[in-house]
Design a protein around this ligand. Structure first.
Ligand SMILES: Cc1cc2nc3c(=O)[nH]c(=O)nc-3n(C[C@H](O)[C@H](O)[C@H](O)COP(=O)(O)OP(=O)(O)OC[C@H]3O[C@@H](n4cnc5c(N)ncnc54)[C@H](O)[C@@H]3O)c2cc1C
Length: 347
C-alpha cells in the first residue's frame, strides 16, 4: 500500500496546484484521478483571470484579489519545476455591462479594435488570460518533476479513518493509499464525502480570426478570448445538464451569432474546435476551501473562476495544513457554511 503525508483526490488544475504547493512544503504527496489529469473543467476553461468580472459574487473578491497577487509567483514556480512556459496571452479586457457609463479609455480601446459600444457600458480592465491547457501541461510536468506521485484512471471511491490517517480505497489500479491527510479536489463530482457541488455545463468554440484582436472582450452574454496566435475562443453556454458534455451544433451557431453581433469579423472566421466542460458549482457561487473534518480538506466548487483562483486556493490549503495563519478571512468559503442559494437546485 502506498503511504504518503497527503493524498489529493482529483488532478485538475486545483488538485495539481494543491499538490505542488504541499510538495514545496516538504510533504510527500500522491494524486489520484479517475480520468487522465487535467481533462475535465481545467482543460475546457477559457483561461480569463477575471478578478473584476461584475458577474462574480462580491464575497469572492478577497480570494480572487489574493490569487491575482500570488499569480506571478505561482506561474514562476510551475515554470521553474516544469521547464515549460505558461504565456500570458492577453493583458487587458474590455468588460461590457448592462448598467453604468463607459470610461474614455474603454471607448478608445473599442475604437482601436473596431467595436461599437452596442448599448453596453464599457470598462477597460487590467486583466490577463492564459491557455489553461498550457497551465495544465506545465502543472502536470512540475508535479512529476518534484516527485508528486500521479495515478491516472484511479477512482477514489471511499475514505476510511485508519489509525492517525486515512485509507483511500481506489478502483482502477495501484491499490489503496494510506495518507496522513486528504484533500478532495474532485471538481464537479461530489466524491467520496458527497460534497455539495454540481456541474454547470459550458459549450465553447475556437475560431481562426482573420483580423487581429489582442484584448479579451466580455459581456454578460458572450466573451471572446484571443490566444495570441490567430485563434480566438468564444464562450460559453451555462446549462444544468448533469454530466452530459455533448456539443450541439445549434448552441455553437447561437454562440457564433452573438459573437458576430459584438465583433462582426467573427462571421468569416472558420471554426477550428468545439468542446464542452463542467464548471464545479455550489449553491452560493463560492468555492469550498478548508477542513471537512480533522485531517480531511476540500478545495473545489470554483465554478467559473478555478483557473484564476488556483494560486490562492493552493496557498490557502498549504497554510491550513501546516497550521499557519492566512492573510484573508476564509469563512465565506468554509466547507460547513450555511449556503445562501443563488442558483436553483438543478433537477
Ligand atoms: C466552459 C468553461 C469555461 C471556463 N472559463 C474559465 C475562465 O475563463 N477562467 C477561470 O478561471 N475559470 C474558468 N472556468 C472554470 C474552471 O475551469 C474550473 O473552475 C476549474 O477548472 C476547476 O478545476 P478543478 O481542478 O476543481 O476541476 P476539474 O478540472 O474538473 O478536475 C477535477 C478532477 O477530479 C477528478 N475526480 C472527480 N472525482 C474523483 C474521484 N472520486 N476519484 C478520483 N478523481 C476524481 C476528475 O476526473 C477531474 O479530473 C471555466 C469552466 C468551463 C467549463
Amino acid at each position: 500500500m502506498q503511504q504518503v503525508d497527503v493524498a489529493v483526490v482529483g488532478a485538475g488544475v486545483i488538485g495539481l496546484a494543491v499538490a505542488l504547493e504541499l510538495r514545496s512544503r516538504g510533504l510527500s504527496v500522491a494524486v489520484a484521478d479517475k480520468n487522465d489529469p487535467v481533462r475535465e473543467a481545467s482543460w475546457a476553461a477559457g483561461g480569463m483571470l477575471a478578478v473584476d468580472d461584475p458577474e462574480n459574487p462580491a464575497p469572492l473578491r478577497p480570494l480572487s484579489a489574493w490569487s491575482r497577487d500570488l499569480y506571478p509567483e505561482f506561474l514562476a514556480r510551475i515554470e521553474q519545476h516544469s521547464n515549460l512556459l505558461v504565456p500570458i496571452r492577453t493583458h487587458r479586457a474590455l468588460q461590457g455591462a448592462h448598467e453604468g457609463g463607459s470610461s474614455p479609455e474603454a471607448l478608445n480601446a473599442l475604437k482601436e479594435i473596431g467595436l461599437s459600444p452596442q448599448g453596453y457600458a464599457w470598462a477597460l480592465q487590467d486583466e490577463g488570460s492564459l491557455d489553461p491547457r498550457d497551465l495544465g501541461a506545465a502543472l502536470h510536468a512540475a508535479c512529476t518533476h518534484t516527485d508528486v506521485s500521479i495515478r491516472s484512471h484511479c477512482t477514489v471511491d471511499t475514505l476510511a479513518r485508519e489509525g492517525a490517517g486515512w485509507r483511500l480505497h481506489t478502483v482502477g489500479g495501484g491499490g489503496d493509499i494510506f495518507a496522513g491527510r486528504v484533500v478532495l479536489c474532485t471538481g464537479s463530482w461530489a466524491g467520496p464525502r458527497n460534497l455539495p457541488v454540481f456541474p454547470r455545463k459550458g459549450q465553447m468554440m475556437a475560431v481562426e480570426m482573420g483580423v487581429p484582436l489582442d484584448t479579451v472582450v466580455r459581456t454578460p452574454e458572450i466573451y471572446l478570448i484571443p490566444r495570441g496566435d490567430g485563434r480566438v475562443v468564444i464562450g460559453a453556454t451555462i446549462e444544468d445538464a448533469g454530466y452530459d458534455k455533448t456539443v450541439h451544433n445549434a448552441d455553437i451557431a447561437a454562440l457564433q451569432a452573438r459573437a458576430v453581433k459584438l465583433f462582426p469579423p467573427a462571421a468569416q472566421a472558420p471554426i477550428v474546435e468545439t468542446w464542452a466542460g463542467l464548471r464545479p458549482a455550489t449553491h452560493d457561487g463560492l468555492p469550498l476551501i478548508g477542513a471537512v473534518e480533522e485531517g480531511l480538506y476540500a478545495a473545489t466548487g470554483h465554478y467559473r473562476n478555478g483557473i484564476q483562483l488556483a494560486a490562492a486556493t493552493a496557498r490557502a490549503i498549504g497554510l491550513q495544513l501546516t497550521g499557519e495563519s492566512l492573510p484573508i478571512d476564509m469563512q465565506a468559503y468554509a466547507v460547513n457554511r450555511t449556503f445562501t442559494p443563488v442558483f436553483a437546485q438543478p433537477s
